[in-house]
Design a protein around this ligand. Structure first.
Ligand code: ADP
Ligand code: MG
Length: 228
């Protein structure tokens, strides 16, 4: 089963003659975890934005969980995104004034599907996820996100992505602020939680030391047929 299918994709930034990405075919399987590597500026974040429906893709098609994301209009895309995707951003994008626990619960607030999957007591689910990711201190999880260390914020970002069993977790270089040991521990936890919730994982990074943990590793420079 395929959960993400990209076909004949061409992405151009406004005002630029050449596409930043041309991708003929890319498939991510259900429950598969894939490492997508590429140097800085190679289009990794652009590709995740296209999959998440954050940017328009006028050429080609982006199918996520059976839906053509390009055909969704207005608020449909935002609803689809929160229903089906958990996203870990490079800079985490936590709401700084909300606590770790409240940040984790955000997808349940905006998506009935995620709320339902998280079970009758969403707060208990969030607390369990945070604990599994290494944040079990009740004082800590009630602290505002901006009073947490980078490593702690990253775990909150992961818990928020995972809550309510999204079909796919997209992770955009979430380990760039961590030292080697913390990186490895984080990836292993993330993979374990994705497996437990049945989510596919698309993890992008320039750091090849991490690819050994994944089912498959793909070089974006090879996937991208635009070699200008
Ligand atoms: P990566 O995540 O692999 O570092 P990006 O996807 O951020 O790469 O960027 C790929 C290319 O697209 C770069 O040349 C970058 O300058 C360009 N780019 C990224 N975002 C924008 C934007 N919002 N507007 C115009 N060009 C952009
Ligand atoms: Mg990037």
């Amino acid at each position: 089963m395929t959960i993400i299918a990209l076909r004949s994709l061409s992405i151009r930034w406004p005002g630029q003659a050449d596409p930043v990405l041309s991708i003929d075919t890319f498939d991510l399987g259900t429950k598969e975890n894939v490492f997508l590597r590429g140097p800085s500026g190679s289009g990794k974040s652009t590709l995740l934005s296209a999959i998440a429906g954050v940017i328009d893709v006028p050429e080609g098609s982006v199918r996520v969980a059976g839906t053509d994301v390009g055909k969704l209009v207005g608020g449909e895309r935002d609803r689809f995104r929160v229903d089906h995707l958990g996203i870990i951003f490079q800079d985490f994008n936590l709401l700084p004034w909300l606590s770790a626990l409240e940040n984790t619960l955000l997808p349940c607030r905006y998506s009935a599907r995620r709320r339902k999957s998280a079970g009758p007591d969403t707060k208990a689910t969030a607390t369990r996820l945070l604990a599994e990711l290494g944040l079990s201190d009740s004082k800590l999880i009630n602290r505002p996100a901006n009073a947490l260390s980078v490593g702690q914020q990253q775990r909150v970002a992961a818990a928020r992505a995972l809550i309510g069993s999204p079909d796919i977790v997209l992770a955009d270089e979430p380990t760039s602020a961590l030292d080697e040991e913390a990186k490895d521990a984080f990836i292993q936890l993330l993979l374990k939680e994705c497996t437990a919730s049945g989510a596919s994982l698309l993890f992008v990074s320039h750091d090849r030391s991490l690819e050994k943990y994944f089912d498959r590793s793909i070089d974006l420079l090879k996937l991208n047929s635009w070699n200008a």
